[in-house]
Design a protein around this ligand. Structure first.
Ligand code: WQD
Length: 326
């Protein structure tokens, strides 16, 4: 059994590769290295450089490595950019997936795990978001993930491919400093960047209907997320024809203010944030119900927010040693 991990040189993908290989699964990485980093792929794991839009390249990788399952993470993931470049996002995330599914079907690969997102829910008006909560994505990014889920499920129905769509909530932390997120597009790295520059972290709005007025999110350690992929991949292998849709979160809401306080404590900075106007399109509260994956597959997150901040900071210091407080 060999798993092709598309996007396996990315932040989340590299964690998935590591968790799968440590669990004894054979893996091959397929990545165009547009944002991925080859050094993140372990030396013993083959790295095929290619785009999921390249039908022949995908077909060669599937046949050449006798692939029997695909974990598809290769995608564009910046919400703001997707608003400016919707056609690019639809091409990369939807057309790329369609090409990949065609190759997977032709090669009769039996299992397919798709990286989806809590962005499919949009602005959910519930305390805990379940997989039954209606999906109303607010950005082209979220739309491409929802359309992706439809493609995956329809292909499963038509061909018997076992499928899973994992809806990631807010992913953070690192299993090792060299695997840390090297982008600065999410809250924790954005706080680090501001503190390191000597400026105050920003709170995008403190007039939301939440306990402290700032947005509440459900943060999940990337190592836990990677373990969830191992669990789900194995479930697909043992249940041909199955179709899973699962939230990957912890069910605990953390506000922006709480996160900034925690980052200040972990990093040794003591800089109160400044409040700026709301960022357009931000929902007040998005917190997962993680009950379905627990009930169906017995998976639970092991790490807490402190673990996420500490490990993310170790990764940040590796690339920004000047940010350390003496
Ligand atoms: C978290 C909260 C900001 C920076 C996005 C996608 C989602 C998923 C994860 C891919 C928000 C606030 C942020 C700052 C702040 N991506 N914030 N000051 O928007 O919840 O989720 O990334 O799948 O689909 O939508 O994540 O980390 O950008 O923001 O106040 O300097 O922090 O307003 O409330 P978000 P985020």
């Amino acid at each position: 059994m060999t798993w092709l991990i598309t996007g396996g040189a990315g932040y989340i993908g590299a964690h998935v590769v590591r968790a799968m290989t440590e669990a004894g699964e054979r893996t091959v990485v397929y990545d165009d290295l547009s944002t991925g980093v080859a050094e993140r792929v372990p030396a013993e794991v083959p790295l095929v450089r290619g785009s999921v839009l390249d039908a022949d390249g995908v077909a060669r990788a599937l046949a050449g490595h006798e692939v029997t399952g695909v974990v598809h993470l290769a995608a564009k993931k910046q919400v703001g950019e997707s608003v400016d470049r919707p056609l690019h996002y639809y091409r990369e995330n939807v057309e790329g997936l369609r090409v990949l599914l065609e190759a997977v079907t032709r090669a009769a690969v039996p299992s397919f795990l798709f990286s989806s997102s809590a962005a499919v829910y949009g602005m959910p008006d519930v305390d805990l978001v379940t997989e039954e909560t209606p999906c109303h994505p607010l950005s082209p990014y979220g739309e491409t993930k929802l359309a992706g889920e439809w493609l995956v499920r329809a292909t499963g129905r038509a061909t018997g491919l076992a499928t899973a769509s994992l809806r990631y909530f807010n992913v953070a932390g690192a299993a090792a400093p060299d695997l840390a997120d090297n982008g600065v597009s999410n809250l924790i790295p954005m706080i680090f960047e501001r503190l390191g520059e000597g400026t105050a972290p920003r709170v995008f709005g403190d007039d939301y209907p939440t306990p402290d007025g700032t947005c509440v999110r459900d943060y999940i350690h990337v190592a836990d997320l990677a373990e969830a992929h191992v669990t789900v991949a194995r479930a697909l292998r043992s249940s041909p024809g199955t179709a899973l849709t699962l939230n990957i979160g912890r069910g605990e809401g953390v506000s922006v203010r709480e996160m900034i306080d925690r980052v200040n404590a972990v990093t040794g900075y003591d800089r109160p944030p400044t409040v700026t106007p709301r960022r357009p399109g931000d929902p007040a509260r998005v917190v997962a119900s993680a009950a379905r994956i627990a009930a169906e597959l017995g998976w639970h997150a092991k790490y807490d927010v402190q673990d996420m901040v500490v490990s993310a900071w170790e990764g940040w210091l590796r690339d920004h040693p000047e940010a350390a407080r003496s």
